[in-house]
Design a protein around this ligand. Sequence first.
Ligand SMILES: C[S@@+](CC[C@H](N)C(=O)[O-])C[C@H]1O[C@@H](n2cnc3c(N)ncnc32)[C@H](O)[C@@H]1O
Length: 277
Amino acid sequence: MSQDQGRETPADLLSRIDTTQPHSARRYDYLLGGKNNFAADRASAAILEEAIPMMRMGVQENRAFLRRAVDFMAHAGIRQFLDIGTGLPTSPNVHEIAQAVDPTSRVVYVDNDPIVLVHARTLLTSSPEGSTTYLDADFRRPETILQDPHFAETLDLSEPVGLIIVGVLQYFFDEDNPYDLVGGLVSALAEGSHVALTNGTYDFYPQFATFVDDVMKASGLPMRARTEEEFSRFFDGLDLVPPGITVISQWRDENEPKPRPKHSDVGSYGAVAVKTR
Ligand SMILES: C[S@@+](CC[C@H](N)C(=O)[O-])C[C@H]1O[C@@H](n2cnc3c(N)ncnc32)[C@H](O)[C@@H]1O
C-alpha cells in the first residue's frame, strides 16, 4: 500500500503498531533525540547505552553520512531517489537535502513499519517543483516496491536513480539473502545510478565483538555486523566513488567539525558507488 491510505482505516493502522516490542525506527528516533518512540524502544536503547556508551554518536554519524551521501549524489546530477528503510522523519529528510540542490528532485520513501506510515505526511512535504511518495512496503519483496503504481508516478527507471539503503542492512541476516535483495534493486536501475549503503561492523573492536553481539540480542534487535570484505560484496559490479569504503564518519567528512570520532566509537562502514555497466 502507498501513502494513499484509503484502504486502511486509522484503527487498522494503529492495530498494526506493536508498542510492546522495540522497533528499529522508533529506537533510532529516540537515540537521535526524537519523540516518536515508546517505553519498549527506550528500554532497548537503555540496554545499548548502558553497555555501549558511544551508541548515540554512531547513530548521529549514520544520519550525517546519509546527509552527505544524498548531497554528493545530488551534486553528481542525481534528481530521483529511492530511500529503502526511511525511518521516522528526521530533518533534513532526503527530499529536503536533494531539493536544496535542485527543487525538481523526486523521492520514493519505503518502510514497512506502520509507525513510519503514521508520520509519512512529513515526508510528503515536497517542493512544488518536485515530488515525494511514501510506500508502505517490504525490502524483502522488491517487486512490490518497483511495481507499485505510485513508484512509476514518481520515478522514471530509464533515468539514473540514487538508491539509499542506510542504517538498514545490519537487520538483514544471511537467510534474508541481502546481497540478492540489493542486487535485484540495482539491476532495475539505469546506468549512472548511484548506490549509498551502510552496515554495522565489529572490525574496529574485534575483541568486543561477542559482547556487542550479545548486547544487541539482549536489546531485542539483533545485528548482522559485516566485515569490510562482506560489506564490499554489496558493491560487486559497481564502481565505488572515492574514498571507497570507509567508516561512515570519515566518508567525505572534510566539512564536518573536528576532531572526528574514533572508528571504534562509530562502528559502521559506508560507501557510495555508481552503476556504469
Ligand atoms: C535505523 S532506521 C534507519 C533510518 C534511515 N534510513 C537513516 O539511516 O537515518 C532502519 C529502518 O529500516 C526499516 N526497515 C527494517 N526492515 C525493513 C524492511 N524489511 N522493509 C522496509 N523497511 C525496513 C525500519 O522500519 C526502520 O525505519
